[in-house]
Design a protein around this ligand. Structure first.
Ligand code: A3P
Length: 329
């Protein structure tokens, strides 16, 4: 093994075979000028590439595992809070939920930017079942042990225009090496239109999980952010049923679904001290995961011509899939 060091995510780590693999990957520039690496069909940022490779190479799934998957800025934080609450509702009442004192991303940890980026071989065997994790990798980039196992995947997607605008604001809040401040959303539009963005292409992410949800509906649940905004009760029931722990009649009568939806609501989570301060292990301030949470907010930032151009590309990519998005409230 070589002894040179490599800085990833602000940390120095020994050079190893993962680093050699990274060095050989196709690269591109992200929106903000930072590098992106193309691995297994996904554009990974420097904070995720090592983790993504180790995750794919080493993760061993259990049939009882639950994986929450998404493109960033699609409602991941919300889904983590909801799934954690549904899963642990017999242990914690909403007034004593760990969500009140711990950010959702620390309760359901990312494979790529957290677990496998800190350690090439994190010890996940000690965790009791059911384990719950999250990922921004595409379905096809997941380890075979996940795709071939009985574990359940919940994917949340969001309409491409709101996802794009949310990502733009998020990127502007990040500070990193080789990053130039983004002043306008149309900077780097050409790469955006080619799908070259963090964890993109958008269409490959959504289509992979969409098709998997049609082929394996008992193992892959496909949710849309806009549907959750429209009817959280219906979608919470759907989530609980999919996870094999449907709400009982008594729970419904006792208002458990409403309690969970209030606990996980945008206003409630955003205003908790724990989410107003501190930072995610990747360095991102916890508050950056909460902005406006509106459907159709894209029209405040995206010039109509750009929205039209991007939407047309996405529609062409999704043609024939049966998948469509609601882009206005
Ligand atoms: P906006 O930037 O449009 O406000 P992710 O969690 O995947 O990073 O997505 C972040 C987006 O989800 C942000 O969208 C954020 O405001 C919104 N969001 C965060 N928590 C939410 C919640 N509890 N309910 C609804 N939306 C939420």
């Amino acid at each position: 093994m070589e002894t040179t060091t490599f800085s990833s995510n602000g940390e120095s780590v020994p050079r190893d075979e993962v680093q050699d693999l990274v060095a050989g990957l196709p690269g591109e520039k992200n929106w903000d000028g930072s590098p992106l690496y193309f691995y297994k069909g996904v554009w990974y940022p420097p904070s995720a590439i090592r983790g993504a490779i180790s995750f794919r190479q080493h993760f061993i799934a259990r049939d009882t595992d639950i994986i929450l998957a998404s493109m960033p800025k699609s409602g991941t934080t919300w889904l983590k809070a909801l799934a954690f609450s549904v899963l642990n509702r017999s242990i914690y009442s909403p007034t004593e939920s760990p969500l009140l004192t711990t950010p959702p991303h620390d309760l359901v940890r990312f494979f790529e930017v957290d677990l496998y980026s800190k350690h090439q071989l994190p010890d996940l065997e000690q965790l009791p079942s059911p384990r719950i994790f999250s990922s921004h990798s595409h379905y096809e980039a997941m380890p075979q042990s996940i795709r071939g196992s009985g574990c359940k995947i919940v994917y949340i997607c969001r309409n491409p225009l709101d996802q794009l605008v949310s990502a733009f604001h998020f990127v502007r809040k990040l500070k990193g090496e080789n990053v130039k401040p983004l002043s306008s959303i149309d900077e780097g539009l050409d790469n955006v239109c080619l799908g070259i963005r963090t964890f993109g292409p958008f269409w490959d992410s959504v289509l992979g999980y969409w098709k998997a949800s049609l082929e394996r509906p008992d193992k892959v649940l496909f949710l849309k952010y806009e549907d959750l905004k429209e009817d959280i009760t219906f979608n919470l029931k759907k989530l609980a049923e999919f996870l094999g722990i449907p709400f009982t009649e008594k729970e419904e009568k006792d208002g458990v679904i409403e309690e969970i939806s209030s606990l996980c609501s945008f206003d409630n989570l955003r205003n908790l001290e724990v989410n107003r301060s501190g930072a995610h292990p990747s360095g991102t301030p916890n508050s950056a995961f909460f902005r406006k949470a509106k459907v159709g907010d894209w029209c405040n930032d995206l010039p109509p011509s750009m929205a039209e151009r991007f939407l047309k590309i996405v529609e062409e990519k999704l043609a024939g899939s049966g998948l469509s998005f609601k882009v206005t409230e």
